[in-house]
Design a binder for this molecule. Structure first.
Ligand code: ATP
Length: 446
């Protein structure tokens, strides 16, 4: 499609000349003699770049730049200034114009400038598209599940999303706490600002403090330059503090201060930094217990737990397992270039009977493994890890699908089958001592 350029200028001769030059480059040119007819043209067609004169019969071009940026954020504006009137150009750029150019003077400069403005306009469109993709990906719609339990959690999250209220997400590992945090952010007025996530158990205390709050150059050895902390990065947006129960006590105090005053002091700094950040925290621990044992400050807990949402474990919403598995199978099949059309009944039944201590994350892993192991069009039980099929054996050690132990167990089973239960022969083949074999048989309840 041809790019469209709109020229707004009341001097017909000059406008015509400019239009001819631009048309020669293969662009489609639209013309307007005043702001009113310009607005009509802008509403009727998708303009990419606007060239706008300053003095117009019904208004001022410099001021019009602001309106243009707000109403048509994807297009770019080049202001046509009168000779020697640099302040107009500077003001226009402040208001969001792409650039300015002196009228009549530099017609040979206009084409390259238009090309650059077009590139910027294309970029605007790409960014908008990506933003839409991100917000779709992290919207509440992306949370799969129709069970009463999960819909109740989603409903709570929807309600609190548009506010600035601090949210505490409770739930076992892998239940989707981060997915919830992102959806809340995306459904809030802060959606266009940053969403920053930090796992409080991922760093040691000192590193975590500098990650969260930043430091001044020279604050400690290795602090070569000033570092912005994640709270600053998240300014005007949302910060997600995962595994908040792991936060060291000094940092708990610092976080409490942020919650109370919006302020913190960077490492090595003396004056506080102020931020406006919405806080979403998450934990899989029982914070009441941590409070009782003195590991978590109760005042911080009360600040954080203004609005609590519990995300149900997968075993508490068994009816969602089938739809989740199907969705993951589709995604992984696409990724692995496999033609998987269905999941067998037994396959889903086995999934529904399993305890899923690792919740959705574990389910995702199991499905990925099954997709990799399947060559046909249907996922069936043969592709499931051993433990999932051993559900009736309540004593068996609970192993995750990808663990080394799970592979070891499977291997032992195979060898023992091969030697028809002859343990001495099995130990020889496995190149381990007979005592070790007995121990493993016992451990895996073979
Ligand atoms: N309802 C859902 N629908 C689809 N995918 C989901 C859903 N909930 C979670 N997931 C996926 O499950 C995985 C685990 O989710 P997430 O990281 O949000 O869990 P978490 O509770 O924050 O885990 P942890 O406590 O270990 O940090 C991710 O890959 C996520 O994309």
């Amino acid at each position: 499609m041809m790019n469209k350029i709109l020229i707004i200028d009341d001097e017909e001769k000059l406008r015509g000349l400019l239009a001819r030059i631009i048309k020669l480059e293969g662009f489609e040119v639209l013309e307007a003699g005043d702001l009113k007819s310009a607005v009509r043209k802008l509403d009727q067609s998708d303009i990419d770049v606007v060239l706008c004169d300053v003095k117009l019969p019904d208004g001022n071009g410099v001021e019009f730049v602001k309106t243009l940026r707000e109403k048509y954020p994807l297009l770019e504006v080049i202001l046509l200034t009168a000779y020697g009137n640099i302040p107009d150009g500077v003001q226009a750029i402040k208001s969001g114009a792409f650039d300015y150019i002196t009228k009549g003077d530099d017609n040979n400069k206009i084409i390259p400038l238009i090309y650059r403005a077009l590139e910027k306009a294309e970029l605007n469109k790409r960014v908008q598209k990506l933003e839409k993709q991100v917000s779709d990906k992290y919207s509440f719609h992306s949370i799969i599940g129709k069970s009463r339990n999960i819909t109740a959690s989603i409903e709570l999250a929807r309600r609190v999303a548009p506010t600035d209220t601090t949210v505490l997400l409770l739930g076992e590992t892998g239940t989707g706490k981060e997915v919830f945090a992102q959806s809340i952010h995306q459904a809030s007025p802060r959606a266009k600002k940053s969403f920053v996530a930090i796992n409080c158990s991922a760093f040691g205390k000192d590193l975590l403090e500098s990650e969260m709050f930043g430091h001044k150059a020279g604050a400690f050895t290795g602090a070569i330059r000033d570092k912005k902390g994640l709270f600053e990065e998240a300014n005007s947006g949302t910060i997600f503090l995962d595994e908040i129960g792991e936060l060291a006590s000094e940092l708990q105090a610092k976080l409490l201060r942020v919650l109370e005053t919006g302020e913190f002091i960077k490492i090595g700094e003396t004056v506080p930094t102020k931020v406006n950040v919405r806080i979403i925290a998450a934990t899989n621990r029982d914070l009441q217990k941590e409070i009782a044992s003195g590991d978590f400050r109760s005042d911080l807990f009360y600040r954080l737990s203004v609005f609590q949402i519990t995300i149900p474990a997968l075993r508490e919403r068994v009816e969602d397992i089938g739809p989740l598995a199907t969705e993951f199978a589709t995604r992984f099949a696409l990724k692995a270039n496999k033609k998987i059309k269905s999941l067998s009944r037994d396959f889903i039944a086995a999934l529904e009977h399993y305890a899923w201590n690792g919740n959705i994350r574990e389910l995702k892993n199991v499905i990925e493994r099954s997709v990799i192991l399947t060559d046909g069009e249907e996922l069936n039980v043969e592709s499931l890890p051993f433990e999932l099929l051993q559900i009736s054996n309540g004593n068996s050690k609970n192993l995750s699908a990808f663990s080394l132990a799970s592979a070891e167990k499977l291997h032992l089973q195979k060898i023992l089958n091969y030697t028809k239960g002859n343990k001495a022969e099995a130990a020889r083949l496995l190149e381990i001592g007979i005592a070790t074999l007995y121990r493993k048989i016992d451990e895996y309840k073979l």
